[in-house]
Design a binder for this molecule. Sequence first.
Ligand code: FAD
Ligand code: NAD
Length: 479
Amino acid sequence: MSDARGNGGSDATGGQHDVVIIGAGPGGYVAAIRAAQLGFDVGVVEREEALGGTCVRVGCIPSKALLESSFLYQQARSELSAHGIVADDVGLDLGAMQERRRTVVKQNTDGVAYLFRKHGITRYAGTGKLTGARQVSVTAASGEVTELVAEHVILATGSTVATLPGVELDGETVVSSTEALEFGEVPQRLVVIGAGVIGLELGSVWSRLGAKVTVLEYLDRILPGMDLETAREALKLLKRQGLEFQLGARVTGVKVSGKDGRRKATVEVEGAEPLEADKVLVAVGRKPNSVGLGLEEAGVSLDERGRVIVDAGFATNLPGVYAIGDLVAGPMLAHKASEDGVALVERLAGHAASVDYGLVPAVVYTEPEVASVGRTEEELKEAGVRYRKGSFPFSANGRARSLGMTDGKVKLLADEATDRILGVHIVGPRAGDLIAEAVAAMTFGASSEDLAATIHAHPTLSEALKEAALGALGRALHV
Ligand code: FAD
Ligand code: NAD
């Protein structure tokens, strides 16, 4: 047991624990809480002052705070009149909006610190490094080194921004998502490289606040990996909101010119005219944080993309060393990282726990939202699976009409032979919340008949899901 046990949440001087976790993101901090609940003595090493990782500090939470604020601004400017609300003098105080974002982040990082104290989790402030099979060294900002020993070491160091050859992030004109969350003024022209999740969410934020946003995407579609028909619908709606897209556009370099405060970027695209921008957001994916962690020296195997290789029980090739979250293969999502963490520590406690990676929902928090679970139509076709499809448009849903949010639809795919639901793909209002019902149904192996027989309150957006299930059975009621 650690000398520092009982200091829960505060910096500690070192020692021995049952479990030592490097990284306090949604993978590491949730694993720590669950491990403490299971009776393990837990130490967590985190190099940032605030707990919560990418998601809480510079990812999920701040982006959603800005998405909400910018949505309300855009509603107040152009949508409220349809409700008979006169709001003639709508202005933007970006400073206040950014202050709110910081407050929301702090509420969440403080929340994690509170949970650490509550569960008696010992926090080590500094950079962690694996020094042996069950050994971790922690180097504090002061340079002081603390050695830790643990029965189980969990690597949960997450991921960091990736860039392209010829594109150097300078943190000011050519930026990653972290700086794009913190702009102090609305850029006149924002070029976004990558039409993935970050590009569309942060592109939406700055477009709503007044920037002219152009999204450059290498592929001939947006949101690779998501259902194609659903992604096409989202593209149509985002274009209508004023975002410009150049698909099939391969960025070959970005040049920055001009002096402080008057800098501009020129984005070079293969076979097309270069684009000028005040800011360029590079959103071409993220890479695992596996460098400098002592993994090579300790002999931990990595794959060709630098991810830690683990087996179905999250074990690396080094006994007693495990890895979870963005550091390993799989979708780079907060809830996936947390599920990894919970399943791993439950296994360490002797429970039979696992994660069904076929049922990890994905949500894009644009307006409308895009949400998906299970298999896409493309995947089913490729696998030769025969399926039935039911679709229901929000334009035929009473609640969507009263919200004034009738864009998009629900699509449900069910096995032709067994009727089991194989995939649900939604573009539409609050799709991110609606998808939870599909995930729950699929977790219990539901058929479209099961979903169709479930009573849904009226008038709710969720009725669109029931109607899509009825549609797959050929008996939708309202279309
Ligand atoms: P991380 O959250 O990256 O945490 C790793 C932690 O380890 C960090 O705190 C880091 O400081 C620490 N660390 C790293 N190396 C060391 C070391 N050597 N010593 C000590 N500490 C170390 N996902 C969603 O599901 N929903 C969303 O809405 C969403 N929005 C996002 C928006 C943006 C802009 C970004 C960038 C990401 C978003 N994500 C979202 C992805 C999500 O943030 C990640 O999937 C998630 O944070 C991964 O969790 P993790 O615990 O594996 O790693
Ligand atoms: P992404 O993988 O979602 O999208 C990157 C996009 O960049 C792809 O469409 C890709 O084709 C494109 N691209 C790659 N090279 C290019 C080039 N040379 N020129 C033009 N386009 C190019 O990555 P992201 O948007 O950076 O997000 C990173 C991770 O963070 C993702 O794994 C995502 O799951 C996670 N995230 C999730 C959420 C959410 O759940 N709502 C929000 C933000 C981020």
